[in-house]
Design a protein around this ligand. Sequence first.
Ligand SMILES: Cc1cc2nc3c(=O)[nH]c(=O)nc-3n(C[C@H](O)[C@H](O)[C@H](O)COP(=O)(O)OP(=O)(O)OC[C@H]3O[C@@H](n4cnc5c(N)ncnc54)[C@H](O)[C@@H]3O)c2cc1C
Length: 510
Amino acid sequence: MSMRAGPAGPCTPISRSALIARLKDRETWDVVVVGGGATGLGCALDAATRGYRVLLVEAHDFGKGTSSRATKLIHGGVRYLAQGNVPLVTEALLERSRLLKNAPGLVRPLRFVVPAYGWFDKPKFGLGLKLYDLLAGRHGIAPCRVLDPVETRAALPAVVQTGLRGGIAYWDAQFDDARLCVALMRAIHAHGGVAINYLPVEGLIQDDDRVAGVRVRDLESADIHEVSARVVINATGVWADRLRAFERPGVAPLLRPSQGVHVVVDAGFLPGSDALLVPQTPDGRVLFVIPWQGKVLIGTTDTARSDLPLEPAPLAGEIEFILETAGRYLTRRPTRADVRSVFAGLRPLIDADGRARTGKLSREHHIEVSRGGMVTITGGKWTTYRRMAEDCIDAAQRAAGIGRRPCITAELPILDGPLRDGAEGPEAQQTLCEALSLSEGDVVRAVRYELARSVEDVLARRHRALFLDARAAQAVAPTVARILARELGYDATWCEAQCRSFSALAAGYL
Ligand SMILES: Cc1cc2nc3c(=O)[nH]c(=O)nc-3n(C[C@H](O)[C@H](O)[C@H](O)COP(=O)(O)OP(=O)(O)OC[C@H]3O[C@@H](n4cnc5c(N)ncnc54)[C@H](O)[C@@H]3O)c2cc1C
């Protein structure tokens, strides 16, 4: 876990009980944001930096929904270019360059290589990627380049060599999605806002027909709090239709979610630092094989899903599809036994006409202001979260009459993690488990500075152990539970319950 401090705010501890006490003050917040994924965190940071009094409430943990389950790319989206969505790609490429500049500790450039096997692959993909460069303009990372077979082999030594005619190299960017969530949460506090986890909205407060606040339950104490707001923002991702239905039961749904699955294997399946992109598999899909945090991510699928589980599990055949498709391009074919972790996420796709296949649905975002003045923002992608937030707070200003204040996030630095605690001795820096670079100090900092409340919060999102190696995460869970219990003042019974529930969760990633 990289730990950096910086001007996004003083590296002060964050106490959940002190934050909860703010709810009892009965103040009216300018903006209450519901949902602590990329979209909600972006909105709350945007509003806080415009000088509004902002509260964000998250039902579980920050990033627990879709925002920790992405392919980890900050990208224009080569696939959307192939669909002809030039405005979306251009906007995303601009946001990519902003994130690289504003969050250099969290987002880094990544080179992709597209292997060319067919006679026309090089001109076809080469032209498409040239256009990608043109759309990026001065925001480009580096120009794409046609590679001969020797250069392609050097870049992707693990790719099938038979029939390889060369390749095309191009640049995008990569990040740790859950860590960016945590960094945004800390930035919200640094700019005077409040963001609290384990605080689901269970109802809306309506004043005549106006949405005037939310009713939340504190999952740690079971207390209910009524929170007044001049404007409520619904940023609950694939669950947005549920909050809309709190206001208007029976309202027509906006979303048609689709599931994407990733499989994680050891780095040996794709040695080197370049990622592999297959823009069109024989059945017409896109396949990413990406080095990430010492492992390799392979994905993804695109399967419509109408139930909305918080922990979506792969559907029958999804893992096999990924392994089999990757096996067509990799010399060492991954099998079930090689899988270190499998994670699934639900894309919040907007379906305006209710007919399209999920692969064709728009990745653009959608903002709706309800009759009662609640602003729903959904759709979009991680890469464009900042722009989505800017548009949403602009809409909230218009809808709620909270004055006009300019957005300043285009230039706002976002920095990762708190300083190492000066009081930490050398033993706090020793790793807790050989397979994971996780120390006691990392766990302590996650609790004190990053609002981690459970073993899962630490091993799934403050550190990415669960996503990288679910078995190693299971093994280290009891040690993490003991450190958490000491920090949070819980007993052995709590530790045992935490270990049981984390072990059951990790089993679903295996
Ligand atoms: C498989 C996959 C791969 C992807 N890869 C990429 C990628 O590489 N790059 C990219 O740019 N984009 C990618 N995306 C898209 C991106 O991840 C999503 O667009 C983004 O994370 C959505 O964020 P969100 O905040 O809208 O939703 P979420 O992250 O789901 O956040 C919504 C939050 O609302 C909370 N919530 C729900 N109900 C309530 C309530 N009643 N009270 C309080 N809180 C509530 C939930 O707990 C949740 O945390 C990918 C998506 C998927 C599924």
